[in-house]
Write a protein that binds this ligand. Structure first.
Ligand code: SF4
Length: 228
């Protein structure tokens, strides 16, 4: 079947494009903006890294198509294009340890970086992890300008960021790197069935409610003691 061969090729392509080393002193942008434990599971179970999902396939297709368009129309429309494939990295000292941050932005232009995203629905504002990813690329390429471009079946969006990205931004991302980074990640994670850290959709809400209840009981206890 043609479909099966296409998806076989797609998985091989994804493996070549995104496979990278996981070293204690080298952090990939892709990993830093999401769940910390997921990177560890990808080392243990590389077979589970990519889902056979048509939506993810479409997202990747849009990404590659845009990069090809920009490259093919460089002379006519994108004279300021520097690269569609560069691997960039920078060393940074974090808590007394030297760490290399590395990543591959979609489009590096002379004065900016551009990240292309595919989404099922248009968003009024860009997603937090996409902003963090873009800012890390701005940091790695020493650009003050970054552009997030969203393609959706219902419309397009473009968000522009102009600022100097400091070492502090990267320090914060590394020091606050947790498992998962966002509660919603577990719902979409390929490893959720075997992951001991998985957060179930209502679990967080229940924990917060339980904590509120304990706090309330403590206050009531203190007030009763005062009355005595
Ligand atoms: S299930 Fe959640 S905590 Fe576990 S690896 Fe996936 S995203 Fe991370």
């Amino acid at each position: 079947m043609a479909i099966e061969k296409i998806f076989r090729a797609y998985l091989d392509f994804m493996n070549e494009k995104y496979r990278h080393e996981h070293l204690p002193d080298k952090i990939h942008v892709h990993d830093l903006v999401r769940c910390k434990h997921k990177s560890e599971l990808e080392v243990l179970f590389p077979e589970g890294s990519y889902k056979l999902s048509p939506v993810l396939f479409l997202g990747e297709a849009v990404d590659e198509f845009v990069k090809n368009l920009v490259l093919n129309y460089k002379e006519k429309l994108f004279k300021d294009l520097v690269s569609t494939t560069s691997e960039v990295e920078k060393k940074i000292s974090v808590n007394g340890k030297e760490i290399t941050i590395t990543g591959r932005p979609d489009l590096v232009m002379e004065d900016s970086v551009i990240e292309v995203k595919y989404s099922r629905t248009p968003e009024d504002k860009p997603l937090e992890h996409h902003i963090a990813q873009l800012k890390l690329y701005m940091y790695l390429t020493n650009k003050r300008k970054g552009i997030l471009v969203y393609f959706t079946p219902h419309g397009l969006r473009e968000f522009i960021f102009e600022e100097e990205i400091s070492d502090n931004f990267v320090h914060e991302l590394i020091n606050n790197w947790k498992t998962p980074r966002y509660d919603w990640e577990c719902q979409y994670c390929n490893y959720r069935e075997i992951c001991p850290y998985r957060i179930y959709p209502n679990e967080k809400k229940e924990i917060i409610e339980a904590e509120k209840q304990i706090e309330k009981e403590k206050i009531e206890e203190i007030e009763i003691k005062k009355d005595d």
